[in-house]
Design a protein around this ligand. Sequence first.
Ligand SMILES: *[C@@H]1O[C@H](CO)[C@@H](O)[C@H](O)[C@H]1NC(C)=O
Ligand SMILES: *[C@@H]1O[C@H](CO)[C@@H](O)[C@H](O)[C@H]1NC(C)=O
Ligand SMILES: *[C@@H]1O[C@H](CO)[C@@H](O)[C@H](O)[C@H]1NC(C)=O
Ligand SMILES: *[C@@H]1O[C@H](CO)[C@@H](O)[C@H](O)[C@H]1NC(C)=O
Ligand SMILES: *[C@@H]1O[C@H](CO)[C@@H](O)[C@H](O)[C@H]1NC(C)=O
Ligand SMILES: *[C@@H]1O[C@H](CO)[C@@H](O)[C@H](O)[C@H]1NC(C)=O
Ligand SMILES: *[C@@H]1O[C@H](CO)[C@@H](O)[C@H](O)[C@H]1NC(C)=O
Ligand SMILES: *[C@@H]1O[C@H](CO)[C@@H](O)[C@H](O)[C@H]1NC(C)=O
Ligand SMILES: *[C@@H]1O[C@H](CO)[C@@H](O)[C@H](O)[C@H]1NC(C)=O
Ligand SMILES: [Fe+2]
Length: 525
Amino acid sequence: MKASIVFAALLPAVAAASGQTATSQIRLAYHGDDGMMVSWNTAGHVERPTVRWGASADKLHNTASSNVSVTYPTSTTYNNHVLISGLAPGHTYFYLPSPLPHAEDAKPYNFTTSRKAGDKRPFSVAVVVDLGTMGRLGLTTSAGTGVASNNMLKPGEKNTIDSLASSLSGFDFLWHPGDIAYADYWLKEEIQGFLPNTTIADGHRVYEAILNDFYDEMTAVTATRPYMVGPGNHEANCDNGGTTDSAHNMTYSASICSPGQTNFTGFKNHFRMPSDVSGGTGNFWYSFNSGMAHFVQLDTETDLGHGFVGPDEAGGSEGEGAAPVNATANAQAAWLAADLAAVDRRATPWIVVAGHRPWYLSHKNVTGSVCWSCKDVFEPLLVKYGVDLVLSGHAHLYERQAPLADGEVDPKGLDNPSAPWYITNGAAGHYDGLDALQSPRQAYRRFGLDTADAVYGWSRLTFHNCTHLTHDFVASKNNTVLDSATLYKARSAVEHRAASPDSVLTDCGDKNGYGKDDMRRIPVR
Ligand SMILES: *[C@@H]1O[C@H](CO)[C@@H](O)[C@H](O)[C@H]1NC(C)=O
Ligand SMILES: *[C@@H]1O[C@H](CO)[C@@H](O)[C@H](O)[C@H]1NC(C)=O
Ligand SMILES: *[C@@H]1O[C@H](CO)[C@@H](O)[C@H](O)[C@H]1NC(C)=O
Ligand SMILES: *[C@@H]1O[C@H](CO)[C@@H](O)[C@H](O)[C@H]1NC(C)=O
Ligand SMILES: *[C@@H]1O[C@H](CO)[C@@H](O)[C@H](O)[C@H]1NC(C)=O
Ligand SMILES: *[C@@H]1O[C@H](CO)[C@@H](O)[C@H](O)[C@H]1NC(C)=O
Ligand SMILES: *[C@@H]1O[C@H](CO)[C@@H](O)[C@H](O)[C@H]1NC(C)=O
Ligand SMILES: *[C@@H]1O[C@H](CO)[C@@H](O)[C@H](O)[C@H]1NC(C)=O
Ligand SMILES: *[C@@H]1O[C@H](CO)[C@@H](O)[C@H](O)[C@H]1NC(C)=O
Ligand SMILES: [Fe+2]
């Protein structure tokens, strides 16, 4: 039975908006270079979630299964998670989860496993931050009271999910470091008169409808491309950190939320990120390799350690009331230090780190917009270990910054800097999703787009080889690149920064393969 039929009796408009064509929300996640986590949703509990798979669409002769079919209070679905292991790196496989709720879904999907670490062939990755549901529960051509017209889609305008779905051949995986779906916008959308009013007690139905809608829409991307996610504040609870109804002089708090809508519950149930194979914690922090890059997802929302209260924790700046996710003191920072120290720069010369919140941005330096405690905790490690690129969002705009360390612009710019390069791109789009950059622009700002430009978009990273990495801002409406910049690393200064012996090995390979023959010893100056 479809959950949306239950809504239909209670909430006709919301049920209609969600289309009543719920898909199974199929999503993939890398799990090492020889595994793939396959996740999907069903209306009921599944005793033995199973995935049939094989090397061609007509030969799904292998099966993988699990007993992981989990839900939470107020959810309308169960989240099934099955790990397929023992795969070959960089290979395409066909698969079909079972059971699926709709017979029409029963055609094989396909995925490609992660590139083997050390594979130096060029590849691209798509990154979105702050992406919410599109259409009648979220970002569309209209909005409620108080939303600027620049933040709405123009009639016929292609949104970011459609842009990604039409660009699948252009990226290996999609990375989404936080603010996923914006289900906690249900109350704001009701107060602004965009969604029909419910009672507060019924709010969880709208919250879950938005989640289901978003994950359904994303299936066009996530059933074929791994979807690597991290936590953002909009995953934390149901009231958007304190929604205000100014007409009624009221501000809501997390106390209105059902247990299923607090403490990142939906986020914890929905995904299975590869923290078990990278020593991290749940979907909150973890790392993975693909080809010539090491990717690190950080948690800027909780567990900053070192005595800082995370922005989404009880007593934190956002009023989300979430609990830390790891009881070990300073677990995240200690993990980050160990993870970065262990990177084999010969295999994965590039290190890209993403966390939801920025600390360098042309915006008022106020907690909530800029996470200075995140800087205090993370930046020293990112500098020490020569991280190449740091990505964030949270502010709903695009700003490309210079490489910088402790507020000082690296004089070398993109030409072999020793400081990490920073880019904030929270312009993927949601219900009212664009903010303004603030003046004066910071000295480290290099390019920006904000609500004045009325453009939604996503980031594309292209790893050309071990010395060149390009970041593009892709406008969702027409898939054109509105900003492009390339980082050059000479690959001797960087390894020098890590605690390494008296010399480092650099293996830049060639564009056709693994380049073992090219391995050479570079003396440290
Ligand atoms: C699920 O399977 C694991 C082993 O794969 C087992 O340890 C665990 O007890 C099972 N859980 C349930 C609820 O059956
Ligand atoms: C994999 O699935 C995608 C999306 O349906 C499709 O475009 C592509 O052709 C498939 N690849 C293969 C090798 O069949
Ligand atoms: C809609 O519901 C909210 C939450 O109960 C309430 O604050 C608001 O006043 C209602 N708006 C209207 C127009 O009834
Ligand atoms: C709004 O509510 C606060 C307390 O909740 C009260 O102090 C204030 O006077 C109210 N403002 C108006 C305009 O009613
Ligand atoms: C918490 O962090 C420690 C140290 O990094 C790790 O061993 C442990 O597995 C983490 N706990 C959870 C619940 O992930
Ligand atoms: C989150 O979980 C903690 C610990 O279980 C609990 O004390 C807290 O009240 C929860 N937060 C909310 C907003 O319910
Ligand atoms: C930003 O604010 C923090 C306090 O919240 C302060 O320590 C820091 O120096 C400020 N940074 C800048 C660049 O003003
Ligand atoms: C690396 O890629 C860049 C950008 O495509 C290119 O200009 C450069 O020549 C390449 N370097 C090598 C050694 O192939
Ligand atoms: C694509 O959209 C951008 C942003 O509105 C615009 O500046 C650009 O001219 C468009 N390009 C094409 C080829 O339509
Ligand atoms: Fe955010």
